[in-house]
Ligand binder design. Structure first.
Ligand code: Z5A
Length: 209
């Protein structure tokens, strides 16, 4: 059986990932795709516990390398027990964030060396990479304004604006470096227009599959 496709959605705060994940899920299911929808950090009971540890605000500062290792610990569990088995049976996997987020948040945001992330990526994932990544791109201030309307902020959301500027820039650089595997969507537009753009990309990519 042909393995399924692995699709991820990424972006900075307030970009509308949750809203648009649901839209992409509907689109693919209408095409008849057998789809597993999941998220990172998370996607298994252990990885969801690691997510809680990562997002919780706390009195001690979190060492960036400790944060990086927790992200990859969660990913190893998620990838090996959920994502890989699903892909192997021909299911498609739609994942809210994956290793691009690590390059963006821990690499650019926390200034950890990118080659360290690349080594962990290789160790944990081997050759597995997403087939397609949608990057929802938004002006950082606009995104933070939207995220702020949702209520209490988590540990990442309380970072200063420069952190999110670096995160956004890393996403843009990664998309520019591998245009075949990324699509950048302007998420600063009205939702209807964002979803029209997403639909056009999805139709071009998967409409005929
Ligand atoms: N993290 C990491 O550091 N390293 C890693 O490797 C990984 C993750 C995998 C949790 O991620 C944290 O984990 C994340 C990075 C770190 N940092 N933070 N925080 P998350 O993905 O779970 O959390 P999130 O970034 O807050 O995503 P989210 O919950 O999907 O939020 P969102 O993108 O802001 O989506 P939303 O809730 O759908 O939209 C926000 C609001 O805007 C909402 O009220 C919508 O109705 C509204 N909205 C959406 N689209 C529009 C448009 N087009 N116009 C107007 N209003 C809109």
């Amino acid at each position: 059986m042909a393995p399924g496709k692995f699709i991820t959605i990424e972006g900075t705060e307030g970009v509308g990932k949750t809203t648009n994940m649901a839209f992409v899920q509907d689109y693919l299911q209408q095409l008849g795709v057998d789809l597993l929808v999941t998220r990172e950090p998370g996607g298994t009971p252990l990885a969801e516990q690691l997510r809680e540890l990562l997002l919780a605000k706390r009195d001690e500062s979190v060492d960036p390398t400790a944060e990086l290792l927790m992200v990859f610990a969660a990913r190893a569990q998620h990838l090996n027990t959920v994502i890989k088995p699903a892909l192997a049976t021909g299911k498609w996997v739609l994942c809210d964030r994956f290793t691009d987020a690590t390059y963006a948040y821990q690499g650019a945001g926390r200034s950890l060396p990118l080659d360290t992330i690349a080594k962990l990526e290789q160790l944990v994932q081997g050759e597995i990479r997403p087939d397609m990544t949608f990057i929802l791109d938004i002006d950082v201030r606009l995104g933070l304004e939207r995220a702020g309307r949702r209520g209490e902020l988590d540990r990442f959301e309380t970072e200063e604006i420069g952190f999110f500027e670096r995160v956004r820039s890393m996403y843009q650089q990664r998309a520019a470096a591998s245009p075949n595997n990324y699509r950048v969507i302007d998420a600063g537009q009205e939702l209807e227009k964002v979803q029209r753009d997403l639909s056009a990309e999805l139709t071009a990519l998967f409409g005929a599959s």
